[in-house]
Structure formats: structure tokens, C-alpha cells
Ligand binder design. Structure first.
Ligand code: URA
Length: 238
């Protein structure tokens, strides 16, 4: 791979920016200063440094975004602001959100360019858990909670799969579901005669929404978080 492309893939900036870094003498390969952007590197074997810092090659990229309400979970949209716009143009190339949150839903959205992982996590066979903080319009009774836990009729062929429910207050729940039907949580609340008035995803498989991320902020996942995601996909396969 060309050295300027390698630096782009490492998120150091656009192609013209990385070419400039190389020409300025900021980049070394295996200890040798390289000033030609078209220098070929073996991304698995060569050691590339930028201003003395080793750049470890990462084939794929993984981010956790705290999605704000009002953005759409898409890579491009003519009229609406997409979640990828929050990451900026340099970073978002080739990335996509893993699954969808409604425009008015906030919270944890995984963004990656790793199609295999996305496929694992979204496969209906794998039942990866998704936890939502749900604010309902009306108080929820114990029988509503029992029904949500057991499975409710949302107009599909089968009732929803068993869910876990933790009651936080009269109108607030933590609800963990193991499938991802269209508008599922809103439809589940409607099935017990209620309405969702606010929805925030706080967990996705082994990931928890990082409380340090303000609405609209994102961060890279750690290697441990990525491995845990892969494990959860495998574990839940049936
Ligand atoms: N369920 C919903 O109804 N909406 C979401 O955005 C996610 C789950």
C-alpha cells in the first residue's frame, strides 16, 4: 500500500494532508525517513512512525457514538443530518452504523467498517441484547412489566421474545430485548396500552454507553471492547 494511503487509513487526514506530512519529513518506515508519498509499505510487517509515534495498522475501525435525537442512522441522506456527519469527513470514509436507531432515539450506536462483525451482531439467530432506557407516557403496572418480560403481540407472526425489565420509576424502565424488529420498543409499549415518550439505548451486547460521552460525541472502541463484541456474536449463535 502507498505510504500516503496508509496514513489516511490510520486516520491522520486526507490524502493531500498525509502527502504533506510525508514531504515535511514527519514519517519514517523501519527507522528510515521517507519523503515520497508513493513509497510502498507492507502494512502487516513494516513499522511506520509519525513524529516518532508507532502507527499500529488497524484493518477496521470501531467507534461508539452517543447519538443525539434528530439524526438518522444512515450513511447518507438528502434532507436529514446523518450520524456519520458527526464523525466528520476524514474519519467517516467507509464506515456505517450497525443497525438503526429511530431519528428520535438517542444513545449507543456502534459505527464501523467491519462488515463481518456487523453481520454477526445483527443476525437474528444471535440474539445480541440491546438495552434501552424507556420513558413511558403513563405509569407501568406490574402486569404490564410481566407482559413485556414474557412477550407481547406487536402484530408480527410471533409475540416478542422474552425480555428483561428493570423498573426504575413509575414511568421509567430499563428494557433489554434480544431481537430488533422495526420500532420494536415503541410497539411493545403500545401493546401494553402505553406510549414511549423518550428512548435511549444504553447497552449493545457487551458494550455500555460511555457516560463520559456527551450527546453527539464519539470515541474509539478499545481492543477489549472489540473482542467482547466478537465473542458475544459467537456465543449467542444458535
Ligand atoms: N425500538 C424502537 O422503537 N426504536 C428504536 O430506535 C430502537 C428500538
Amino acid at each position: 500500500m502507498r505510504l500516503d494511503k496508509f496514513l489516511c487509513k490510520m486516520n491522520l487526514g486526507t490524502r493531500s494532508r498525509t502527502k504533506a506530512f510525508i514531504r515535511q519529513g514527519l514519517v519514517k518506515v523501519n527507522g528510515f525517513l521517507i519523503k515520497s508519498p508513493d513509497f510502498q509499505v507492507d502494512e502487516e510487517k513494516d513499522q511506520v512512525t509519525f513524529q516518532g509515534e508507532i502507527l499500529r495498522y488497524q484493518k477496521f475501525h470501531y467507534f461508539m457514538l452517543n447519538k443525539p435525537a434528530g439524526t438518522v442512522s444512515a450513511t447518507a441522506d438528502r434532507n436529514e443530518r446523518t450520524v456519520l456527519e458527526l464523525l466528520g469527513q476524514d474519519l467517516s470514509k467507509g464506515l456505517f452504523p450497525v443497525g438503526r436507531l429511530d431519528k428520535d432515539t438517542e444513545g449507543l450506536l456502534l459505527i464501523t467498517d467491519d462488515g463481518d462483525l456487523a453481520h454477526h451482531l445483527l443476525s437474528p439467530k444471535r440474539h445480541v441484547g440491546k438495552t434501552y432506557l424507556v420513558t413511558a407516557e403513563h405509569p407501568l403496572t406490574l402486569s404490564d412489566i410481566a407482559a413485556l418480560e414474557e412477550g407481547v403481540d406487536i402484530g408480527e407472526k410471533k409475540p416478542t421474545l422474552p425480555a428483561s425489565v428493570q423498573r426504575l420509576s413509575e414511568k421509567e424502565l430499563l428494557l433489554t430485548i434480544h431481537e430488533g424488529k422495526f420500532h420494536q420498543v415503541k410497539r411493545m409499549l403500545q401493546a401494553v396500552g402505553n406510549q414511549v415518550i423518550a428512548l435511549k439505548r444504553v447497552g449493545f451486547g457487551p458494550l455500555k454507553l460511555d457516560e463520559g460521552l456527551k450527546s453527539g460525541e464519539y470515541r474509539k472502541l478499545s481492543e477489549q471492547e472489540v473482542s467482547a463484541l466478537y465473542e458475544s456474536g459467537k456465543k449467542n449463535a444458535s
